[in-house]
Design a protein around this ligand. Structure first.
Ligand code: PLP
Ligand code: COI
Length: 365
């Protein structure tokens, strides 16, 4: 495909600098948006066309738009950061571009070329760089997404799509900053069955998780833990994060995380944590991890730490696990040293404060 040229339509009424500064002081997660968005359209007849950077704003849709009915809708999440020298970086954006292509395959959607994804994200971040928070732990959360726009109620892959990228300054995903979170094991609901869409980042997975997440919140927990859909024995992942358990201490550490067997999202943070751990000489095991093993090892004290990880959550300690007939604490409910070290290493690489031996940091400006 020929390279797409992006038409630039600057926002004629961007947010004033003083208001932007006020919004950036405590952005939370996902409520504040920058002045622009990137859009690219697709049709079976034309391929990818009409690439633009344009003012952030409403999208007008027919009520018969296919994506509103049958959920051909997928998304990604990645972050941009201020580098210590005043530059701007992104973390592993090509991994998000590739994962979106794999999600496209599963959802019978056309693959957006990696270069178009990367250019859209780069142009948006460059234009809205003033929106990247400068405070500790701050970043610009970038949300690429794509949905079916054909106006047709027949159930089939749409012949038209809109790809869009928006950006949102972000602080901590969990209110109150980094602290051990309580998680709720759902006995009733599962997230993904073999052959389903668990490994794809499609909107429907999140819609299906919300009743379980509501149950977790109702019980006073922060996130839901899903078990495998077949035996309801093994830990799959959280509603929006992968999960790890940490055995041993000092140099003798083993990380255990569920395998990429088709029902969990192949997290880019998960992959990065596995590499950082291996670099340090720690052992990593990607294997089925039973809830009973999690509980027995936490109760015996053999297991000292568990954590959740993802772009939004970074590396967040898990303090307590609860469920209908279940209540156990990990490592006294406080963050352990391995979790802290992994988070600090990952954030250090992402913010350009530590060496980047794998070439994960993508320099923009
Ligand atoms: N699992 C689920 C269900 C998610 O939504 C996410 C977030 O994107 C992750 C895991 C972590 O993936 P990543 O590290 O690529 O953000
Ligand atoms: C992310 O970490 O990027 C996610 O997508 C998780 C959640 C916000 C859905």
């Amino acid at each position: 495909m020929a390279t797409l040229d992006f038409e630039i339509r600057p926002n004629p009424a961007p947010v004033a600098a003083t208001q932007r500064a006020a919004l950036l002081a405590d952005p939370g997660f996902g409520r504040v948006f920058t002045d622009h968005m990137a859009t690219i359209r697709y049709s079976d007849a034309k391929g990818w066309y009409d690439a633009r950077i344009e003012p952030f704003g409403p999208i007008s849709l027919s009520p018969a738009t296919a994506g509103l009915h049958y959920a051909q809708e997928i998304f990604e999440g990645l972050k941009a950061y201020h580098a210590p020298d005043g530059g701007v970086t992104m973390f592993r954006p090509e991994a998000n571009a590739r994962r979106m292509q794999i999600t496209c395959d599963r959802m019978a959607m056309p693959r957006l070329p990696e270069e178009a994804f990367l250019t859209a994200v780069r142009l948006l971040v460059e234009r809205d760089r003033e929106w990247i928070p400068t405070q500790d732990g701050g970043s610009l959360y970038i949300r690429p997404f794509m949905f079916a726009t054909e106006v047709f109620l027949g159930v089939k892959p749409s012949s038209e799509y809109l790809f869009c990228v928006i950006a949102s300054p972000a602080g901590s995903y969990f209110a109150g900053g980094v602290h051990p979170v309580d998680v709720w094991v759902s006995a009733e609901y599962t997230r993904a069955a073999p052959g389903g869409t668990g490994a794809a980042k499609c909107a429907g997975n999140y819609a299906a998780s919300l009743a379980a997440q509501a149950e977790a919140i109702e019980a006073g927990c922060d996130q839901v833990v899903f078990l495998d859909a077949v035996e309801r024995r093994y830990v799959d992942e959280l509603g929006g994060m992968n999960v790890f358990s940490v055995y041993g201490e000092g140099d003798d550490v083993t990380l255990v995380t569920p395998p990429l067997a088709g029902t969990i999202l192949p997290g880019i943070t998960r992959d990065s944590v596995l590499s950082i751990a291996t670099d340090r000489g720690w052992r990593v095991e990607e294997r089925p991890y039973a809830l009973s093993e999690w509980q027995a090892d936490a109760e015996s004290g053999r297991l000292r730490e568990s954590f959740a990880c993802g772009t939004a959550a970074v590396v967040t300690p898990i303090g307590r696990i609860r469920g209908a007939d279940l209540d156990f604490t990990i490592g006294g409910g406080v963050e352990g040293p391995v979790t802290r070290r992994l988070r600090e290493t990952l954030l250090g690489i992402q913010h350009g404060e530590l060496p980047d031996p794998h070439g994960w940091v993508h320099r923009l400006l």
